[in-house]
Every structure is written in C-alpha cells, then in structure tokens.
Design a protein around this ligand. Structure first.
Ligand code: SF4
Length: 303
C-alpha cells in the first residue's frame, strides 16, 4: 500500500468516514473506496451508511443524492468541478413548462439530474430500475421522462407506456454508433456484447444484452461466457476485471471516457477527508425535501 493510500485509510478511520465511488471512477479511486457501484447501488449505500462523513467520488448529482438521503450527514464531493453534462441539459423552468403541457402525466426523472429536477418529479429512477418503476406507475397516466431520451426510449420499448421525452443524452454514450458494434462483432465473433441503455436505440438493438453497469457486473459473474465486449464508459472494465480475473473484457471503444468522472484522484480523496479540498454539498432545504420524496419513492418502488 502506498503512503497516500495509508494516509487515506488513517484519515477515514479518524473521521468515521465512508468513501463511495462510481464504477466510472479511475481505478486507483475504485481501489480505495468502501463501496463501488452504479447510481442505484450508491443511492442505497448512501441511504444506509452510519458514517459521519460521506466522501463521494463521482459527479455532482450523485453527491447531491447522497446528501438529500442523508440530511444529517456531511457529504463532500471529492472533485468539486465534476459535473454531468446530461444532468445540466434540463432546467427546472423547462420541466415546469413541460408539466403544464401534459398535466395528466407523471414525471419520472433519471437520477442523473439536478436536485431541482428531482424536486419537480414524482419518482426518480436509475438505469437498473427504470423499467420496473415505470411498470408500477398507474397505467392510465402518461409519463414525462427526463433528461435522457435514450433511457426513456428503452423504458418505452420494454413497457409500452405512453411517454414524452426530453431531448437529453449522455455525450459519452451518444458517441456509440452501429459501425463500432458491427466492427466488434467481426473482431470478436465469440464475445457477448453488453450495452448500456443510455446508448442510442439503433446500437442497443445490435447488442446481446442491454444492462445498467450494476446489471453488467451481476450478469458477467453468473455467465459461462469467457469474452465480453463492453459498450459503456471504460472505467467499468476495471471493476469487471477485478471481479472476474479469469474472463476477458474488451472496451467497445477507447474513446468512451467521461472526463468528469476521470477528474477523481487519490489526492482529491485525501484532501476531502482532511477538510482541505472537495465541496461540502448543501442542497437548499425546500428543494431537498421535495427531491427526497421522488428519491424515496424510487427506493420504495424498486424493492
Ligand atoms: S458518463 Fe455520461 S451520464 Fe455519466 S456522468 Fe459522464 S456525462 Fe454524465
């Protein structure tokens, strides 16, 4: 263990802190974290931790979610400049306008959204539970889905629900195109192709399974196949290789890298624990209260 890793472990103990990291974080950050997971796993973990301090290694909306679910705990986002372009593609005013156009619709927001958007929504979802949650909403109501049009279209394909989408997308998954998939099929004819639902529909239909990052991890653990092409942010390959050292993983493209997720480093984790870096997350109380309603609805409905 390096000196920096040892310092982080000591600081974590002395501050009764927990380090939560997304699977798209750099390998060194994943390796020091207490819990590594997708947005859903991280929300559940943030909801049940007994630590005094949560150091979040991910992007802004994830740390906000942890803070909303844990109003009594201090949450620090290790890299304060790490945002999510998709979350920033819709503002609360725009959602309010959409709601006024579809007054009989319920609003379902992907967890990759700001606290203000969650506060305007009836229920949140992650890519792991979106289909399940949409299926539980009253059938007679339409669904406004924000901000990711691709995850929204995936939910509609699976549930047949009447839905209205916002024109948002993840710029990383948006880079995936059918040529990449076809090339991977030719280069790795024996591999299983796994793709994230944030990818465009024309790419999803060319793959073997459409899965969230958490679902990809579970699938690979129990699958008999030895080789996988992974069509999502490249950081997941570290998690998959660590969990399945005997299996082979190929990134669909070396360009599927989220620059915001890659801002994380061991130094920023150490500074956050010391109190000399990172951003203490503070969500205004009225927004946090309304946003917690949609987040808790999600946790309840995904059981
Ligand atoms: S991978 Fe996409 S959705 Fe995730 S944080 Fe980066 S930009 Fe946002």
């Amino acid at each position: 263990m390096s000196n920096l890793q040892q310092e982080i472990q000591a600081l974590k103990k002395s501050r009764n802190a927990v380090i939560l990291a997304h699977t798209y974080q750099p390998s060194e950050v994943q390796d020091i974290a207490d819990y590594v997971g997708d947005s859903y796993g991280l929300s559940v973990e943030a909801n049940r931790t007994g630590a005094d301090l949560i150091v979040f290694c991910g992007v802004q909306f994830m740390a906000e979610t942890a803070s909303i679910l844990n109003p009594a705990r201090k949450v620090i986002l290790a890299e304060p400049d790490a945002g999510c372009p998709m979350a920033d593609m819709i503002e609360a005013d725009e959602l309010r306008k959409l709601k006024s156009q579809y007054p009989d619709h319920l609003v379902m927001c992907y967890v990759n959204s700001t606290a203000e958007i969650k506060a305007e929504s009836d229920v949140c979802c992650t890519s792991s539970n979106a289909v399940k949650i949409a299926g539980k909403l009253p059938e007679e109501r339409g669904i406004i889905f924000v901000p990711d049009k691709h995850l929204g279209s995936f939910v509609q394909e699976k549930t047949g629900r009447k839905m209205v989408f916002w024109d948002g997308f993840c710029p990383i998954h948006q880079k995936i195109n059918p040529d990449m998939i076809n090339r991977a099929r030719t280069d790795y004819p024996d591999a299983v192709l796994l793709i994230h639902p944030e990818a465009p529909a024309e790419c999803r239909k060319l793959c073997d399974h459409v899965l969230s990052t958490g679902e990809m991890c579970s699938f690979v653990k129990t699958s008999d196949h030895n080789q996988y092409v992974i069509a999502t942010e490249k950081g997941l390959l570290h998690t998959l290789k660590k969990q399945n050292p005997e299996k082979q993983f190929i990134a669909l493209s070396d360009n599927l890298i989220c620059p915001n997720m890659k801002k994380g480093s061991l130094l920023s984790v150490k500074k956050a624990l010391e109190g000399s870096g990172g951003e203490v997350i503070s969500v205004p109380a009225d927004i946090a209260q309304r946003a917690s309603f949609s987040l808790k609805n999600m946790l309840e409905m995904s059981r």
